[in-house]
Design a protein around this ligand. Structure first.
Ligand code: G6P
Length: 611
C-alpha cells in the first residue's frame, strides 16, 4: 500500500516522478505528492489522484534533478492535503515519503512534543521525519546517521526515501517490511515500490532487503545495514517489458488482463510441459519435490483472491494427490496458535508477493520447521525471497486492483503441482496423468471461445446494473469460483454479493430470494450437476432471477434460466479456469455501466503491505 518513487540524476525529476506515480497508483490513490530539491525542497501535495496533483503543481517551479513522489492509501489520518506525503520536518531540514506503519508513533510523538516539536498532520510518517531531524540536530551527525538512528528506534514497517536540505546531492532510502527497488542507470538512480516505474529507463535493479539502507548520489550507491555494516549491491536484470504495463488499447487494465488470460495461462505452463504434453516439470520445486510428495498435510495460506485460488487447490490436491489440505486466511492463521507439524508443507499464494499478513504467516510457518513454498506472480518480491522454494505464475504484471489473470495463473500452478504429486505418489495412472496435462493445455483455447461472448455478457450486464444484491452459487470445484465471482462484483461495482456452496442455500440465503435477487448459478456438468438442477428449481420457485453458467449443449438449466452463458466442457478439475471468465466480464461491465472506477475501486489497494 502506498507507492513511492525517487529520482536522482541528470534528467528533470518531475516527469520521472509523475510517470512513476501513475504506474504505482494501483497501490493507493487517495492523495499524492512530490518533493523536488532545487536549493530548497519544493513540496506539492493534495488529496486525490496523481492527475489532481499534476493540475495542482501546474505553473509552479518543479525544476530540479533530485526528488521523490508518493501515492497514498491512508492508514493514520484521513485522506486530505495535509496528511498527504511528502512530509517536511519541523525545522524544514528533511523531507520524507513513507510506505508502511510506524507502530510506536504515539510514544515517539509525545517525546518529540515534549522537546518542542509541533505537528501539522495526523500521520505516523511525520513523526518519523521529525525524529530524524531531532536526532540530526541534537547529535550533530550526518543525515544518513540520523536516518539509521531514527530507524533503530521505530517499531513497524517502512519503505522510506529521505532528502536533507543540508546534503542536497543525495537520497537516502531504507526498507523493513515494505518493498523498495532501486533502478541503476548511467549516472542516475531510480527508486520505486516495484519495478514498473523503472523499466522504461533501465533493466538493472537492486532489490533492497529488510534493514538495508542505501545512500545514493548521482553517480554512487552505498548500501549498508541499519547497523552500518557495508553490503555489496546485487544487481539483477528485470524480465519485464514496457508493453506489459500499458493498457494496450483497452479501456481499462482489468479488461486487458481478462483478455490476456489465454496467453497468461499459456505462459504459466510454458516451459513446464514437455514432450508434446506428456511430461510436466516444475523447476522451482525440483529440490523439494520428495518432501512435497511425502507431505502428511498441506496448509495453503493467502488473502483475497489468492485465498480463493487456495480453495481450488484444496479440491485439486485432495482429488489428484490424495493429500489432506487446509486452506487458511493468512490474517487468521498468523494470530491463531496453529498446529504445524514438521511433515506439513505450507503453500503461500500471493500475486504481489508483498501482502503483509501472508508474509507474517510464512515467517510463523518457517519457525515451526515446515517446508514453506510460494506461488507468486511478482518476480523478486518478498514472498519468493522468504519461502524455501516455489513456482512463479508468470502471468505478467497485473495492474487492475481486482485480480483476474493472477487467479487463473495461480489455479494453473496448483493444478500442475497436484498432477505432479499425484503422479509421483502413483495416485494417478500414466493415462490419467497424460489426460490432465492434455486438458490443461486445451484451456487457453477454451477461454478464447468464452471471451468471444463478450458482447452478449455486456448486454446482459445492462439488465443487472441497478440491483443491490447478488447471490453466487456453486458446488465442488465451482464453489470457490462462486466466492471469487461475488468478490469481483463487490470490489468494483460496490454491489453487495455473496458466494455460497449451492447446497447451503437452503440454510439461510434462500430467505433472501425474491424477484429482485439475481442468482448466478455455476452449473458445469460434473457429478453434482443433478443437484445443481434442483438448486436452480428452488431459486425459480421463489421467483429469483437465474444467470446460469452452463456447458455448451446443456439443455435443462438453459430452459429455466433467465440468462445463460455457455462455457466449453472440460474435466471438472479445470472448470474453475473457465467458469470464472464470464463472472469477471460480467462484474467488469456492471461496474463500467454504474460509472465506477474499475481499475482503482474506492478504499482498495492492490498490494496490501499493512495488516
Ligand atoms: C488485495 C487485492 C486483491 C488480492 C489480495 C491479496 O486485497 O485487492 O486483489 O487478492 O490483496 O493479494 P496478493 O498480492 O497477496 O495476492
Amino acid at each position: 500500500m502506498c507507492g513511492i518513487v525517487g529520482y536522482i540524476g541528470y534528467r528533470e525529476a518531475y516527469p520521472v516522478l509523475i510517470n512513476g506515480l501513475k504506474r504505482l497508483e494501483y497501490r493507493g490513490y487517495d492523495s499524492a505528492g512530490i518533493a523536488i530539491l532545487n536549493e530548497v525542497s519544493h513540496v506539492y501535495k493534495c488529496k486525490g489522484k496523481v492527475s489532481d496533483l499534476e493540475k495542482y503543481a501546474k505553473g509552479n517551479d518543479v525544476s530540479g534533478h533530485i526528488g521523490m513522489g508518493h501515492t497514498r492509501w491512508a492508514t493514520h489520518g484521513e485522506p486530505n492535503d495535509i496528511n498527504a506525503h511528502p512530509h517536511k520536518s519541523f525545522n524544514g531540514k528533511f523531507v520524507l515519503i513513507h510506505n508502511g506503519i510506524i507502530e510506536n508513533y504515539s510514544t515517539l510523538k509525545d517525546r518529540l512534543i515534549n522537546r518542542g516539536y509541533k505537528f501539522t498532520s495526523q500521520t505516523d510518517s511525520e513523526v518519523l521525519v521529525n525524529l530524524i531531524e531531532f536526532l540530526y540536530l541534537k547529535g550533530g551527525v550526518t543525515a544518513e546517521v540520523a536516518v539509521r538512528l531514527a530507524l533503530s528506534k521505530v517499531e513497524g514497517a517502512y519503505g522510506i526515501v529521505v532528502m536533507c536540505s543540508d546534503e542536497p546531492d543525495k537520497l537516502i532510502a531504507a526498507r523493513k517490511g515494505s518493498p523498495l527497488v532501486i533502478g541503476v542507470g548511467n549516472d542516475e538512480y531510480f527508486l520505486a515500490s516495484d519495478a514498473t516505474p523503472i523499466v522504461e529507463y533501465t533493466k538493472s535493479v537492486i532489490y533492497l532487503n529488510d534493514q538495508n539502507v542505501a545512500v545514493i548520489t548521482k553517480n554512487e550507491l552505498v548500501l549498508k545495514t541499519l547497523k552500518n555494516i557495508p553490503l555489496t549491491p546485487e544487481i539483477k536484470q528485470l524480465d519485464l517489458d514496457i508493453g506489459e504495463i500499458d493498457k494496450g488499447g483497452y479501456a481499462h487494465f482489468m479488461l486487458k488482463e481478462i483478455f490476456e488470460q489465454p496467453r497468461s495461462i499459456h505462459d504459466t505452463f510454458r516451459g513446464r510441459v514437455y514432450s508434446e504434453g506428456t511430461e510436466l516439470r516444475l523447476g522451482g520445486l525440483f529440490q523439494v519435490l520428495p518432501k512435497l510428495v511425502e507431505a502428511k498435510r498441506i496448509i495453503i495460506i493467502g488473502c483475497g483472491t489468492s485465498w480463493h485460488a487456495g480453495l481450488v487447490g484444496e479440491y485439486l490436491f485432495e482429488d489428484l494427490a490424495r493429500v489432506s489440505v487446509e486452506v487458511e486466511y493468512a490474517s487468521e492463521f498468523r494470530y491463531r496458535n496453529p498446529i504445524i507439524n514438521s511433515g506439513d508443507v505450507v503453500i503461500a499464494i500471493s500475486q504481489s508477493g508483498e501482502t503483509a499478513d501472508t508474509l507474517a504467516a510464512i515467517r510463523l510457518a518457517k519457525e515451526s520447521g515446515a517446508l514453506v513454498l510460494g506461488i507468486c506472480n511478482v518476480v523478486g518480491s518478498s514472498i519468493p525471497r522468504e519461502t524455501d522454494a516455489g513456482v512463479y505464475t508468470h502471468a505478467g504484471p497485473e495492474i487492475g486492483v481486482a485480480s483476474t489473470k493472477a487467479f487463473t495463473a495461480q489455479v494453473t500452478v496448483l493444478a500442475m503441482m497436484a498432477i505432479l504429486v499425484g503422479r509421483e505418489k502413483n495416485i494417478l495412472t500414466e493415462a490419467q496423468y497424460h489426460h490432465y496435462i492434455k486438458e490443461l493445455m486445451a484451456v487457453p483455447e477454451k477461454i478464447e471461445s468464452i471471451l468471444k461472448q463478450d458482447e452478449e455478457i455486456r448486454k446482459m450486464a445492462e439488465m443487472y446494473q441497478d440491483v443491490n444484491n447478488f447471490l453466487y452459487l456453486g458446488r465442488g470445484y465451482l464453489f470457490p469460483v462462486a466466492l471469487e465471482g461475488a468478490l469481483k462484483l463487490k470490489e468494483i461495482s460496490y454491489i453487495h454479493a455473496e458466494g455460497y456452496p449451492a447446497a447451503e442455500m437452503k440454510h439461510g440465503p434462500i430467505a433472501l430470494i425474491d424477484h429482485h435477487m439475481p442468482v448466478v448459478v455455476l452449473a458445469a456438468k460434473d457429478h453434482s450437476y443433478d443437484k445443481i438442477v434442483s438448486n436452480v428449481q428452488e431459486v425459480k420457485a421463489r421467483k429469483g432471477r437465474v444467470i446460469a453458467i452452463i456447458n455448451k449443449g446443456e439443455a435443462t438449466i438453459k430452459k429455466m434460466a433467465n440468462h445463460y452463458i455457455e462455457i466449453p466442457e472440460s474435466d471438472a478439475v479445470f472448470s474453475p479456469l473457465l467458469a470464472v471468465i464470464p463472472l469477471q466480464l460480467m462484474s467488469y461491465y456492471i461496474a463500467v455501466l454504474r460509472g465506477c472506477d474499475v481499475d482503482q475501486p474506492r478504499n482498495l489497494a492492490k498490494s496490501v503491505t499493512v495488516e
